[in-house]
Design a protein around this ligand. Structure first.
Ligand code: KG4
Ligand code: ZN
Length: 346
């Protein structure tokens, strides 16, 4: 069983080594946080407490299983919001205490990174991974399971964070990515030539300058217009912003594929659900004979399936019951082999 509770989604899933994914349920807290225009960590923890145990019970009963039928329980130990992580970590350890099941702490970004493995057309190692979520933006060279080298990351805002902040500037509901994608469909992506920060300059990303450029444009355009033209301006700004982010992410992937002489790239994390990004990266990769892999839309954003899958992979290394409750609100992805040696010996 895999439990995800790192941010504002509660996920519970079952993965079987032979049959694959058996069950996957998700509870989104969008409605809880919407009135506040962003995620309120304290409310996120409370929602996880309210829904997690009933979700686990329902998952077991609808599959005619009890805890004793499981091999292990995996949970997201980090990175993420400390209170939300604590809910998953303590509950899973309590279940383990009562049932003697092994507990597997999972790295949230490793779970995103391996989420394309849940698809029929799964990539084989090695590959490059573009990880684009609300908290992280990275290009990672993946040479095997657990072998991750970060080639570049965002120097400031994550890509998803930029979508969320621009959505707020445009008075659109959170999470910002889907809201921007929706109104961008009616807009002209070429109307505003927003900056593409650090494009053609190595592996790192930067999105805060782009966000500032969008903010200044919103002030300039919306202050001078009457109500009639406002919807068009908002759609044009959303479409042009989305275009700038997609253009930057695609060009970084192409650069990395060339520099590292690699033939495949995967996209994962919430922003990986962006339809324009998926399409443009696919077309760009086709043109240079490289392959691109994505998880299905539901597995781009946070979910329990990816945690159950990584739990299954890491289970081979940990067959004993639980150690201390491990929570790592900050946890780098590039030292996991060393970290797991410590965890499994601890
Ligand atoms: O991976 P995720 O669910 O949570 C984190 O680990 O952070 O990513 C959430 C982020 C949010 O910033 C959200 O706005 C963004 O992913 N997102 C999108 C789309 N769907 C979700 N960004 C762009 N286009 C989308 N369709
Ligand atoms: Zn995530």
């Amino acid at each position: 069983m895999g439990i995800e509770s790192s941010c504002d989604e509660t996920g519970v899933a079952l993965f079987d080594s032979e049959k694959g994914l058996l069950d996957n349920s998700i509870y989104s807290q969008t409605k809880t946080h919407q009135p506040f225009g962003g995620i309120v960590p304290e409310l996120a923890s409370r929602d996880h407490i309210a829904v997690l145990l009933p979700m686990i019970k329902k998952t077991l009963s609808s599959n005619n299983l009890s805890l004793a039928d499981l091999s292990a329980i995996a949970y997201t130990a980090g990175p993420g919001l400390i209170g939300s992580l604590m809910v998953g970590g303590t509950l899973v350890h309590a279940l383990s205490f009562g049932s003697n099941l092994p507990v597997i702490p999972v790295h949230h970004m490793e779970a995103h990174l391996l989420s394309p493995m849940l698809e029929k057309n799964a990539p084989g190692f090695p590959f490059l991974a573009l990880l684009v979520s609300g908290g992280h933006t990275m290009i990672v060279e993946v040479s095997g399971f657990g072998q991750y080298e970060i080639l570049g990351s965002s120097l400031d805002d994550a890509a998803g964070e930029a979508f969320d902040k621009v959505a707020r500037l445009l008075s659109l509901p959170q999470p910002g990515g889907p809201s921007i994608q929706k109104i961008a469909l009616n807009g002209d992506p070429k109307k505003y030539n927003f900056p593409r920060p650090l494009k053609n300059k190595g592996y790192n990303f930067s999105f805060s300058g782009l966000k500032t450029a969008v903010r200044l444009m919103i002030q300039k355009e919306l202050e001078s217009k009457s109500n009639e033209g406002i919807e068009t301006i908002r759609s044009d700004i959303a479409a042009s912003f989305e275009e700038a982010v997609v253009d930057t992410l695609v060009s970084k992937c192409l650069y990395a594929l060339k520099e590292r002489d690699c033939d495949k790239v995967i996209i994962a994390g919430g922003v990986g659900a962006n339809k324009k990004l998926r399409l443009k990266l696919k077309l760009a990769c086709q043109a240079i004979d490289k392959k691109v892999f994505y998880p299905r839309f539901d597995f781009c954003t946070d979910n329990g399936a990816m945690v159950a899958y990584v739990g299954y992979r890491r289970y081979a290394q940990r067959k004993k019951a639980s150690g201390p409750i491990l929570i790592r609100p900050r946890w780098k992805i590039d030292e996991l082999e060393k970290n797991y040696k410590e965890i499994n010996n601890g």
